[in-house]
Design a protein around this ligand. Structure first.
Ligand code: HH2
Length: 269
């Protein structure tokens, strides 16, 4: 999944693709580089970000979704708002990526009625405050329980099980240690029985690991670290990785995927 932030303030690429023309060109580039789907978002959910008005989110997202879908590119829309999801689906989006885990019943209704794929992500709190001292007794068990509850609710509201992907929400109300625990124990999320999406690309905890090892790297220089984390996620059973640099992560995860496949084939012998 290639990341396309049509925003002025995203943490690593804010402002680069804020005009529709630049965004569409970037979306085409991501697809050409090997992204199986392009995730179009019009609201930053970085720590400390505040919500944008719904009209503004619609204005940013819909023309870009329409242009990419018209090219035959599989598009997901990264939104928490049912109005934006509905308009994006109308414009051709095939997947709704909701960082609130389909919290809004109206969002579940839109997804149920339109038959799209959904990504149900775990977030503790809201982006504006989620990094203010997040704490868990057992982060892996609590995130898994949250995702089990939200996917059951989605199914209860008419979203078929095979349309649901889950995501532990790396960096959303979590310390670096929480993020690493979730990646180390991703099997507990895979065991829920849904395809797992992991979004680690350029995130702060990678910057902290690099800094500790003597490498000060701003977000745009964390693509090797991002690919390493993506490989770890694939080896642990993730099916989709959400990335800024598609080429680097695609090459790295192709190798990881081949290893996972060889392991499964051997297991059957
Ligand atoms: N991370 C971000 C946004 N959307 N969606 C899913 N499913 N999983 C994630 O981990 C995830 C996500 C945050 O990253 P980014 O889009 O790069 O930045 P921003 O929120 O500042 O636009």
């Amino acid at each position: 999944m290639g990341i396309l932030n049509v925003t002025p303030d995203s943490f690593s690429d804010g402002g680069r693709y804020a005009s529709p023309e630049a965004a569409v060109a970037r979306g085409r580039q991501l697809a050409a580089a090997g992204a199986d789907l392009v995730d179009v978002g019009g609201e930053s959910t970085r720590p400390g970000a505040h919500p944008v008005p719904v009209d503004e989110e619609l204005r940013r997202v819909v023309p870009v979704v329409a242009a990419l879908a018209a090219d035959g590119i599989c598009v997901s829309v990264d939104t928490r708002r049912p109005e934006v999801a509905a308009a994006a689906i109308e414009a051709g989006a095939e997947v709704v990526n909701d960082v609130s885990g389909l919290a809004d019943p109206a969002m579940r209704r839109v997804c149920a009625e339109t038959g799209v794929g959904v990504v149900v992500m775990h977030m503790r709190g809201e982006p504006a405050t989620m990094q203010d001292d997040p704490s868990y007794d057992d982060v892996v068990a609590e995130v898994a329980a949250f995702l089990a509850e939200r996917t059951a609710r989605a199914e209860g509201d008419g979203i078929e099980r095979d349309r649901i992907v889950v995501d532990p929400g790396i960096g959303f109300g979590k310390t670096g240690e929480h993020n690493l625990a979730l990646l180390a124990d991703l099997g507990a999320i895979v065991a829920l029985g849904h395809p797992v999406l992991v979004g680690v690309s350029r995130k702060r905890f990678l910057g902290a690991i690099l800094a500790e090892g003597g490498f000060e790297r701003p977000p745009a220089d964390r693509d090797v670290a991002s690919a390493a984390a993506a490989v770890a996620a694939v080896l642990a059973g993730a099916s989709i990785v959400r990335v800024h640099d598609v080429v680097v992560s695609r090459e790295a995860t192709l190798v990881a995927d081949a290893i996972v496949h060889a392991r499964r084939v051997k297991g059957r012998r």
